[in-house]
Design a protein around this ligand. Structure first.
Ligand SMILES: NC(=O)c1ccc[n+]([C@@H]2O[C@H](COP(=O)([O-])OP(=O)(O)OC[C@H]3O[C@@H](n4cnc5c(N)ncnc54)[C@H](OP(=O)(O)O)[C@@H]3O)[C@@H](O)[C@H]2O)c1
Length: 280
């Protein structure tokens, strides 16, 4: 990855703008092949989670491909059942063991949960102080949750990883994150495929001689977001990173901005916050 695709986080650590999502990649041979293609294509950020049950598989794939720990940025997430102070601390130790490393680049709270809200964050602040993680952040937090966190946090998240694609632009939250020096990172940046058959984006893609996925990811780059598209297909893994050599016009950006339908492919964070667990 080019140096200019690195974002500087509020804690001064650097993070690649585009990373590789690994959700649902659990078989070793599939992970080995995906990591090989992704690393060769230039990906340096790999996104895993305790919930994906593939931390060990990812670590083995990095090993099998001869990729040194310091050459990649690993994002991990505390699973809902591991929230609360003691469990979070213990779960980070277990993640370090699974990943076969002595540090995680970025550890996120996977989902906001009302009963564990402050204790989980305090645990992440402490594991960061202990040097076990370099940066700490959250996932699926809305503005009100971040404002609430601010009332007790010693330090604020440097990343907020949220579902974000043309059918769910969450512009208000993206603007808020930006003003608070929190990098918004898009999960399901392609809407898990749901936006790929949009005829307007297809026209734009034809015009630029690019794929629909590349137009969407380029739109996110120009909005200043980070993103972690997932693919196990070698050609798609490569094309998802080939988005730094063309530009969308201001008009094209606006046309994409107005596709918003507030349409989620995943859980609604407010429901998860209240229920204490994911519901689908
Ligand atoms: N924090 C959270 O709560 C949260 C929630 C969900 C996901 N995530 C993270 O975000 C990552 C990405 O999200 P996601 O996997 O849900 O969805 P996504 O990246 O939006 O979409 C992945 C789907 O699109 C296909 N695809 C990928 N690139 C393509 C391309 N260029 N052209 C056509 N199809 C393409 C993939 O199929 P093929 O593999 O066959 O190419 C796969 O079916 C996950 O892997 C995970 O790391 C985080």
């Amino acid at each position: 990855m080019e140096a200019d695709n690195l974002l500087t986080l509020a804690d001064e650590n650097k993070m690649p703008q585009v990373g590789f999502g690994t959700y649902l990649i659990n078989k070793q041979d599939e992970m080995d092949a995906a990591v090989k293609t992704a690393f060769e294509a230039g990906y340096r950020l790999f996104d895993t989670a305790q919930m994906y049950r593939n931390e060990q598989v990812l670590a083995a794939a990095l090993n099998h491909n001869g990729i040194a720990r310091q050459d990649v940025f690993i994002t991990d997430k505390v699973a809902n059942e591991n929230q609360g102070y003691e469990l979070t601390v213990a779960s980070v130790d277990f993640s370090l063991e699974q990943l076969g490393t002595d540090y995680i680049d970025l550890m996120l709270v996977h989902w906001p949960i009302n009963t564990k809200f402050f204790d989980t964050w305090r645990a992440l602040e402490d594991v960061k102080k202990a040097g076990k993680v370099k940066s700490i952040g959250v996932s699926n937090y809305n503005r009100a949750m971040l404002e609430l966190l601010k009332t007790q946090a010693t330090e604020m998240p440097v990343v907020n990883q949220i579902e974000n694609h043309p059918y769910l632009t969450s512009q208000g939250l993206v603007d808020y994150d930006h003003a608070e020096e929190i990098v918004t990172q898009a999960w399901s940046p392609l809407g898990r495929g749901a936006v790929l058959d949009n005829p307007m984006i297809q026209k734009m893609a034809d015009h630029h001689d690019r794929s629909v996925a590349q137009i969407i990811l380029r739109w996110q780059v120009q909005r200043g977001l980070s993103m972690i598209p997932k693919s196990v297909n070698p050609a798609r893994i490569k094309e998802n990173l080939q988005i730094f050599d063309f530009e969308l016009s201001a008009d094209e950006m606006s046309m994409l901005d107005i596709l918003n339908r507030n349409e989620r492919t995943g859980n609604d964070p407010e429901e998860v916050y209240e229920l204490g667990h994911q519901y689908r």
